[in-house]
Design a protein around this ligand. Structure first.
Ligand SMILES: *[C@@H]1O[C@H](CO)[C@@H](O)[C@H](O)[C@H]1NC(C)=O
Length: 465
């Protein structure tokens, strides 16, 4: 037994020592390798020497291993974050915070850009206020983010002054009301029929805090009060609360689109005549149009339009126009004034697609004047148009081409069968068969029906007899 144990101990000792010997050999060898490598590193070698080649290969390998090398090296500083060794790498939270701040700054800048451009409506009689408000409703529909301004005569004495905080408060209440109304509608859709009693109970409560009620009158208004006064007042207040419109009473002599030239808080403004439908967002034009004090489309006869005017406000410009008699009652239409004063400096837009008239669906001058395309395609025309004016008329196809009035969409008469444009006979296929084209009629009808319906929704006014 004793001898056996002794044998084991000696063999273990032998094993340990030989292992240590092996290890020290290894270390010694590595060391001498390193010295050799270092020696060769410092020694100049010809490019073709195998050792030199090996060195090159190793260097290239080491470079590719680092993440900033390789394909990224082509990003010449764009988007590349240079991290100095002294600066600690930003944590995820910090870079998130940075991104958030940047996003906020950008959205603030964009907000400011949109604040400085806008759409202007102008009313000079009570009955047209609804048409103007509908234009702002259209702007919401086409998701315009630009400012809105509504100009009306000072002498109306509308007494609509409320503080900004009151306005914001009213807008908040309106938003919550609309939200609950939407959810109620949804519930109605799922439950089919809800209890009528509950609704009736809630109604007076809603009525009490109606944010769309204009502020109480402080004095007897100085304008002669027709029955329209209160409706107009209600609609002006609605425009401000619901469509974020800035109300701008003007001295009576200055209720003209040309006063936009003096609104130097803005960079660019578009005036549009009503009653009309805005079919496309024009924000891009407001933000990015080339520089010009006045921009205006042509009218049907090759003159300048009185229905569409874009201006870049400029100090002193309005005074200049006034000196030249541009805002006098007998100055002629807007287009005439612009033509006289800005004939050499105005930027001219083509009539198409900025402005078309509903009358053109009866008989298009665009077709006959050949200014756009050889064939007048009503559906294509309306799909591309920015702005359609309800000009309430048509040129009768008689030899003398007389102008006839056509009832506007809010008139009961506009619903009559014979009012819309007629279908056009395209082809006589013989044996009693004919091919008719009704697109003009359908487009016209869609425009009229849409306007009629929106007028009731927006202004709450019924059809007039
Ligand atoms: C134009 O604006 C300036 C400054 O806002 C004002 O002083 C001037 O009276 C305005 N001009 C007219 C004609 O309203």
């Amino acid at each position: 037994m004793k001898g056996r144990i002794g044998l084991r101990i000696t063999s273990s000792i032998l094993f340990v020592f030989s292992f240590i010997l092996f290890l020290s050999g290894c270390i010694l060898q590595r060391r001498s390798m390193h010295t050799l490598e270092r020696y060769y590193d410092t020694m100049p070698l010809p490019e073709t020497h195998p050792l030199a080649l090996e060195k090159k290969r190793r260097k290239a390998q080491a470079k590719n291993a680092t993440p900033s090398g390789g394909s990224n090296s082509r990003n010449y500083g764009i988007n590349q974050q240079v991290i100095h060794p002294s600066q600690p790498k930003p944590t995820a939270l910090e870079s998130w915070e940075q991104a958030r701040r940047q996003f906020e700054m950008e959205s603030q800048r964009e907000k400011e850009r949109y604040r400085t451009v806008g759409y202007v409506q102008l009313v000079d009689d009570f009955t047209s206020v609804c048409s103007a408000v509908m234009m702002f409703n259209d702007l919401d529909r086409v998701s315009s983010k630009a400012s809105r301004v509504l100009i009306y005569p000072e002498s109306w004495d509308m007494q609509l002054d409320i503080s900004e905080s009151q306005q914001r408060e009213a807008q908040k209440i309106l938003a919550t009301q609309e939200k609950t109304l939407n959810t109620k509608r949804k519930q109605k859709n799922t439950k089919k029929k809800s209890k009528k009693k509950g609704e009736a109970d809630r109604k007076p409560e809603e009525h009490a805090a109606n944010p769309l009620d204009p502020p109480p009158l402080l004095r007897e208004p100085s304008a002669d009060i027709s029955s329209q006064y209160h409706t107009a007042r209600r609609l002006l207040h609605l425009a401000r609360i619901k469509h974020s419109v800035t109300l701008l009473p003007m001295p009576d002599g200055l209720v003209t689109p040309l006063v936009m030239l003096n609104m130097t808080d803005y960079k660019r403004l578009i005036y549009l005549q009503h009653p009309a439908a805005i079919l496309k967002n024009m924000d891009e034009i407001l933000l990015n149009a080339p520089t010009a004090v006045i921009t205006v489309p042509r009218d049907l006869s090759g003159g300048l339009s009185s229905n569409f005017l874009m201006v870049a406000p400029e100090t002193g410009e309005l005074e200049y126009i006034m000196k030249n008699g541009g805002v006098k009652k007998d100055a002629g239409g807007l287009g005439k004034v612009v033509e006289r004063i800005y004939s050499t400096t105005a930027m001219i837009l083509p009539r198409w697609p900025y402005e078309i008239f509903t009358s053109e669906f009866f008989d298009s001058t665009i077709e006959t004047s050949g200014s756009r395309e050889s064939v007048w395609l009503p559906s294509k025309v309306v799909n591309k148009a920015y702005y359609v004016l309800f000009d309430g008329g048509k040129i009768s196809p008689n030899i003398n081409k007389k102008w006839e009035t056509v009832p506007q969409p809010w008139k009961l008469k506009s619903l009559e069968e014979g009012v819309a444009p007629k279908c056009r006979l395209v082809q006589d296929l013989g044996n009693g068969e004919e091919k008719w084209d009704c697109t003009a009629r359908n487009v016209w009808r869609t425009l009229y029906d849409g306007y009629r319906q929106r007028r009731m929704e927006v202004c709450g006014l019924d059809l007039e007899a």
